[in-house]
Design a protein around this ligand. Structure first.
Ligand code: M6R
Length: 612
């Protein structure tokens, strides 16, 4: 959840760290801090509660931190409230060791008690401080700091990405990783660590991903990596393809709006290379036709919006493949003794590729013999690396906490996976296959037309921004789409919203409908359009105001019934949600804007949920 950056080079470290933290702030933003070390000045630390700008202001009022080696952290609090003391970096009692940590140390109470008995005094309420204190305890000063680091890591239980500084070896930066993302950056006479590439892309695109159990020693001249037994490791280098501008706002007010508008292009990146002469081609899949025939059941496992993609995927995949598809929340799946075996295809969907619950679900499924195929956006992420096959969405960096373009591209890719498998297995009607693949190529263009006019959404937002509660209703694909529309609205505008299968209304929820209640009715799914209309009439007759979303061809009819009608271009049924999601994203965006919310960094949230 937190963001980590570290630097060692020949220029002052502080500006590099602050710039890196600015780009990582989406990972957590309740406090921030940096530590810089030099032989003359020792450790110099500045940290405080609040956004990075507060830290910057604080630094402007003091002499520059001196040193070319440093670590930085932007926090999403788990243990200990957000305040100055609980902010990272944490320093040992003697002032010799400073650390930044992302993850959770599960046995910190036990370690803390051990150190308290040894006379160590703690300053913070965090689990992370034990790492700095324990390191100092083990480091007698006579041997290599690395010895002490290995000693400490052997005692830690839980997850960590760590950046470590020690005044005894001020030219070195040490990093370690277990179950939390950390990458290494190789520059010209400078070396970096970072939670993700956005933090260092302005300096280098040459990166390597740390594996669990690895420890890295960074100097300006290079990086040495060791495994958990301290054997040297040769790291494979990766070149980051995207440009620094992809992770910048580029004139837009918010990353979320920029990313909504980038969806057509992101879809082109996802779809075009995988569609050749009307055939879906998934070169990345390491699966033979025989493997495909082996699968008796498909599990779609994910969290949050990625789970909503799975909800939609179930409808489409079952339609194409006539195989049972189960959609599972990763946080439940991992503890549910799932009935996975070697006949199971387990598709893990994750933008970040680092979501801890999804990762744990993946490992659970693997231990039961399932084949793991992941749909991931962040190249080289943990989920991608632990999967048997990966389909990358290639949406480019997504910075806003509320996902938009990653959702859209995941959805398109999952649909393509269904088409691919169904074609190989001979389960899909060739006419339907041709129709859907044909429409896939038109999808980005159609989405552009949906995104072309934003006035309607601004108008609707001005009218409904002060509601306390909004209901989303729909059937089939529209039900699954409503889940995403509702999540988008609540996470960025803080309006309570619920999404229901419209057929369920009469079983309880309709009691909440009263004059003036806002209902967003999704009615794009053609086969059940008439049923959707009936549900709209039912809520309207109880006084609800209805914003309806349907296709162009149903506009006229809907305009006679709903309070407001939004439309998307007609397309084949399986692709309707790919167009339908954009109005819901814009609706949520403009409502949050009207309410003055911090759209890119909603309260209590972080982009990448690497804790349980
Ligand atoms: O990186 P992932 O796709 O694994 O993340 C899953 C969820 O945390 C994520 O989709 C979350 O629900 C978003 N904030 C929704 O906008």
């Amino acid at each position: 959840m937190c963001g980590i950056v570290g630097f060692t080079g020949s220029s002052p470290a502080a500006p590099v760290l602050l710039d890196g933290l600015e780009r990582l702030e989406y990972r957590g933003y309740d406090s921030a801090g940096i530590a810089v070390v030099s032989r003359e000045k020792g450790l110099q630390i500045q940290k405080c509660k609040g956004r990075l700008r507060t830290l910057r202001q604080r630094l402007e009022g003091i002499p520059p931190l001196e040193g070319t080696v440093g670590i930085g952290h932007t926090r999403w609090a788990t243990h200990g409230e957000p305040n100055d003391v609980n902010s990272h970096p944490h320093v040992s009692q003697s002032g010799r060791v400073a650390i930044v940590h992302n993850g959770i140390i599960e046995n910190y109470v036990e370690i803390k008690e051990f150190l308290l008995h040894k006379g160590v005094r703690f300053r913070s309420d965090t689990d992370s401080e034990v790492i700095a204190q324990l390191l100092d305890y083990y480091f007698t000063g006579s041997e290599d700091v690395l010895d002490a680091v290995y000693h400490v890591l052997a005692r830690l239980e839980g997850a960590y990405a760590l950046g470590i500084l020690c005044t005894d070896e001020p030219e070195r930066l040490i990093a370690a990783r277990k179950d939390a993302p950390l990458l290494l950056g190789y520059g010209e006479g400078e070396s970096f660590i970072a939670s993700d590439a956005t933090a260092i892309i302005a300096h280098t695109r040459d990166v390597a991903y740390m594996e669990d159990g690895e420890v890295a020693v960074l100097t300006p001249d290079g990086i040495s990596v060791f495994d958990q037994y301290r054997r040297p490791v040769e790291k494979a280098h990766h070149f980051i393809q995207w440009d620094v501008s992809a992770a910048e706002k580029g004139g837009y007010a918010h990353f979320m709006f920029k990313e909504i508008m980038e969806q057509p292009e992101a879809l082109r990146q996802t779809i075009s290379p995988r569609l050749r002469n009307g055939e879906v081609v998934l070169d990345e899949l390491d699966l033979t036709d025989e493997d495909l025939r082996r699968f008796q059941r498909i599990y779609l496992v994910a969290c949050g919006s990625s789970y909503h993609v799975g909800m939609l995927g179930k409808y489409n995949l079952e339609r194409f493949l006539r195989l049972p598809v189960e959609v599972c929340l990763a946080s439940e799946f991992r503890y549910s003794a799932p009935l996975v075996d070697e006949r199971s295809l387990v598709v893990v969907i994750s933008q970040s590729g680092e979501t801890l619950d999804s990762m744990a679900a993946l490992r659970e499924a693997r231990s039961q013999g399932g084949y793991i195929l992941s749909i991931v956006n962040v190249v080289g992420s943990s989920i991608a690396r632990e999967s048997d096959s990966v389909l990358y969405t290639w949406a480019g960096p997504e910075i806003a906490v509320a996902t938009t373009k990653a959702y859209s591209t995941q959805l398109a890719l999952l649909t393509m996976l269904g088409l691919y498998m169904a074609r190989k297995l001979g389960r899909i009607d060739p006419a339907e296959y041709a129709a859907v693949t044909g429409e896939l190529t038109l999808l980005p263009g159609k989405l552009e037309t949906v995104l072309a006019g934003t006035d309607t959404y601004q108008y609707l937002a001005s009218r409904y921004f002060n509601r306390d509660c909004v209901f989303f209703i729909g059937r089939n694909l529209d039900y699954a789409l409503g889940l995403e529309g509702s999540l988008k609205l609540k996470e960025i505008s803080y309006i309570h919203s619920e999404s229901y299968a419209a057929g369920e209304l009469k079983h309880g929820t309709i009691s909440l409908i009263e004059p003036g209640t806002l209902v967003v009715a999704l009615a794009t799914y053609e086969p059940l359009f008439d049923k959707a209309v009936s549900n709209i009439v039912e809520v309207k007759s109880r006084g609800a105001e209805v914003v309806a979303l349907t296709t162009e061809s149903h506009r006229e009819r809907m305009e006679k019934i709903a309070t407001h009608t939004l439309t998307i271009p007609d397309t084949v049924t399986p692709l309707l949600p790919n167009l339908g999601v954009a109005p819901l994203q814009l609706f949520a965006y403009y409502i949050a804007l009207q309410r003055g919310c911090d759209i890119d960094k909603p309260k209590n949230l972080a982009k990448s949920v690497t804790v349980e």
